[in-house]
Design a protein around this ligand. Structure first.
Ligand code: AMP
Length: 575
């Protein structure tokens, strides 16, 4: 049974009501009940408040098309909470270790004497002001001001929102469900409009007024990426795609989505403009990466487009016409300042392999074959902008040779794509299959770090890492420890991040458990059964191949993959 939210007509726009709805949502595990509570709450709000509440429940403080983000680090929020609560830092730290969430800690330690007075619109204004503040001290002061106006319960949700995650078991999907309920519309239509507008708040308001059909594509906000599944044997390809398939090289770079369109005067949009053309680049984690590739932006701005273009593809390091190994690109990533020298010594190209929008039309529901011929009709072939090669095959027997040829061209392997498949944002299906290199690597997440030795004794440079228990069970199980493979600059930057995102310190800060967010690709000689780690396995001679800043921690490898590798690498007959 649902508990209806008691709302009196004067206080519906109170942030307090938002917090109460959030509490009720957190208290249930059922997705449908969560959506129903949210739907009820939404019906009580005026349009402007609905816009904010829908965004906040989807976990973002600003619309996705807006380049502003408010991800305030744990240590700034902690400093603010120390000031507002008057509690000892050590006490709060100990509470944080126990509760795992600073918002929960705030609700426990703040006094409950305040009467709720904050309105949703005031929270919106405070967030907009906070995002403009530069400098840690001033930012902390701004947070303190906001928290002082809040009750303990409100502070709990303000802190969660400012840290970028509500952690009440709600995904954007449930917010879309709630909007569908509010407007009695099919959820598919809500998802479609949310993808077009890049603003779940705007989508909610359009839905309420029965105006979903008026939504048009807004460029310059990321669309979720379609993902691929690994394939073990070529036979699987012929059974899934008996009528033929497309084969592309699997480029080893970083995934990127490119938006190109005519200039818009709205300065808060993502991207940058050159000669009245706006260009934005987004990573697979939907973060904006335009500024990391100024040299690419210049080339992309010369592409002719009538009414905008969205491309999906890979950024790769190049030398003339040749694609270089990913390691070359690594030199450019994570650098705070990109000197001209660096840009010239590591040039990059964008290899387009899909097209999602062109000539005013959203193409994701078109089959691969149609999208591909549209992509080819754009005739990209400058040194900086290329179209991925694509061949049609019916017979899998030629794939072995193709795989080798792709490897010889410096690529990771092959991608096999279903000719009739639509582009499915955010889905890892079997319409795209990846055929990867034989060398064993695992994508893992750092769970703990320790200071190193020698010249690395000032940094947290030894990392303990984990895999997920399974696709459905996010429990992290440690499988190994590694300290080699990263450059000095990477070690230094990672060390700063790990200090900032420490959960618990041991041995005077020399060993720390950390927020499990940094994904590493590691390689190793063998996987052994071992009691040393929780997973029951240990990697022998692990080395870090790279930091996978393009991969979220939810997508790391699972214990099952570790098990398979242990069996494979133990078998002397396996390749
Ligand atoms: P993985 O990162 O191993 O899960 O493999 C999937 C990734 O391969 C995608 O996210 C892309 O970054 C990359 N990739 C490289 N070439 C292609 C291609 N031709 N089509 C699709 N994805 C590709």
């Amino acid at each position: 049974m649902l508990t209806p939210i008691s709302v009196d007509s004067i206080t519906v726009d109170a942030f307090h009501q938002f917090a109460i709805a959030a509490e009720q949502i957190a208290a249930t595990t059922k997705r449908l009940t969560k959506a129903a509570i949210l739907g009820n709450y939404f019906t009580t709000l005026e349009d402007e408040d609905l816009r904010l509440a829908a965004r906040y429940f989807a976990g973002s403080t600003f619309p996705q098309f807006d380049q502003r983000v408010l991800h305030i680090g744990g240590s700034a929020l902690m400093s603010a909470l120390v000031i507002v609560s008057g509690a000892e830092p050590d006490t709060l730290q100990a509470e944080l270790v126990k509760r795992g969430d600073l918002g929960d800690v705030a609700a426990d330690v703040l006094s409950d004497a305040m009467l709720p007075s904050l309105r949703l619109s005031e929270v919106g204004e405070a967030f907009a002001a906070l995002v403009e503040i530069r400098g840690n001290k001033k930012k902390i002061a701004g947070i303190v001001e906001l928290l002082k106006r809040a009750t303990a319960l409100e502070a709990k949700y303000l802190i969660k929102l400012m840290s970028g995650d509500l952690r009440i078991g709600l995904r954007e999907g449930a917010v879309e469900d709630a909007i569908a309920r509010l407007a009695s519309q099919p959820v598919g239509k809500i998802q479609w409009v949310n993808m077009l507008t890049g603003d779940v708040g705007e989508t909610a308001v359009l839905a309420r007024h029965n105006q979903l059909d008026t939504a048009r594509m807004n460029l310059f906000h990321p669309i979720k990426f379609m993902l691929a599944s690994p394939v073990e044997e070529f036979a699987e390809i012929s059974s899934r795609m008996p009528e033929g398939f497309a084969v592309e090289d699997k480029y080893d770079g970083i995934r990127a989505q490119v938006h190109i369109g005519s200039e818009s005067s709205d300065r808060s949009l993502h991207g940058t403009t050159i000669d009245n053309v706006r260009v934005a680049l987004f990573s697979r984690t939907l973060d904006e990466i335009t500024n990391t590739f100024p040299d690419l932006v210049e080339s992309l701005a010369t592409v002719e487009t009538d009414s905008g273009l969205i491309l999906d593809g890979e950024i790769v390091p190049i030398q003339g016409e040749r694609i270089l190994p990913f390691q070359e690109l690594q030199k450019r990533l994570g650098r705070k300042t990109l000197t001209d020298e660096l840009l010239q010594s590591v040039p990059v190209a964008f290899v387009a392999y899909d097209i999602l929008y062109c000539n005013g039309k959203v193409l994701i529901e078109e089959p691969y074959a149609v999208r591909r011929s549209l992509l080819e009709s754009l005739h990209f072939d400058t040194s900086r902008l290329k179209t991925a090669n694509s061949q049609r095959f019916v017979d899998v027997s030629k794939l072995e040779q193709e795989f080798q040829a792709a490897r010889d061209r410096g690529n990771e392997g092959l991608m096999v794509k279903h000719l009739q498949s639509s582009y499915k944002p955010g889905k890892r299906g079997k319409d795209w299959l990846k055929v990867k290199r034989a060398i064993a690597t695992l994508d893992v997440v750092i769970t703990a770090a320790e200071v190193g030795t020698g010249k690395r004794s000032r940094f947290l440079s030894d990392y303990t890492f984990a895999v997920r228990a399974s696709e459905t069970d996010p429990t992290l199980l440690n499988v190994g420890k590694a300290y080699s493979g990263l450059t000095d600059v990477e070690v230094q930057e990672l060390s700063d991040w790990l200090k900032e995102h420490t959960i618990q310190e041991f041995a005077h800060g020399r060993v720390r458990t950390v927020e499990p967010k940094i994904v590493l690709e590691v390689t190793f000689d063998r996987v052994q059964v071992s009691k040393r780690h929780k997973s029951g396995y240990a990697l022998r001679f692990p080395r870090i191949v790279r930091i996978r800043s393009d991969k979220p921690a939810e997508e790391i490898d699972t214990l099952e993959t570790v098990r398979q590798l242990a069996a494979q690498l133990d078998d002397p007959h396996s390749s």
